[in-house]
Design a protein around this ligand. Sequence first.
Ligand SMILES: [Zn+2]
Length: 148
Amino acid sequence: MKVDRASSGAAAQMSPDFRLYLKEQRVATFSQWPFVSDCSCTPDRMAGAGFIHCPSENAPDVTQCFICFKELEGWEPDDDPMEEHRRHSPNCAFLALQKDISQLTLQELLKLSKERMINMIKKEVNQKITELENHTEHIRNEIQSLIS
Ligand SMILES: [Zn+2]
């Protein structure tokens, strides 16, 4: 408990991005989470498996790993967060950690942070590609309607 409180205090001084490295900061994202007791995917276990809760109007139970950015939804009370994480993102660097993040050396933390940046960039690039493809499709349809 002492460690948790100390790190919460430190959290205020950390960049929002780095706060997610602290489990209690990830737990805090689950304030609207429906599965809180008598189930496998409690906020504590979800955060322990690397997830944060990022609900939207259309998808109230979307979660995302803060390292690999894999998004999962459609959670059932019996789902094991760690198992689901492994199944859907087996190469995630968070899953490969042999110890708690607070125990990592600076070098290990930087390596994890680098992985995270790579994943973030990949995700952004993929989103841009999808947007561009949708736009291209739209233009193609416009042209097609002009021809016919
Ligand atoms: Zn992950």
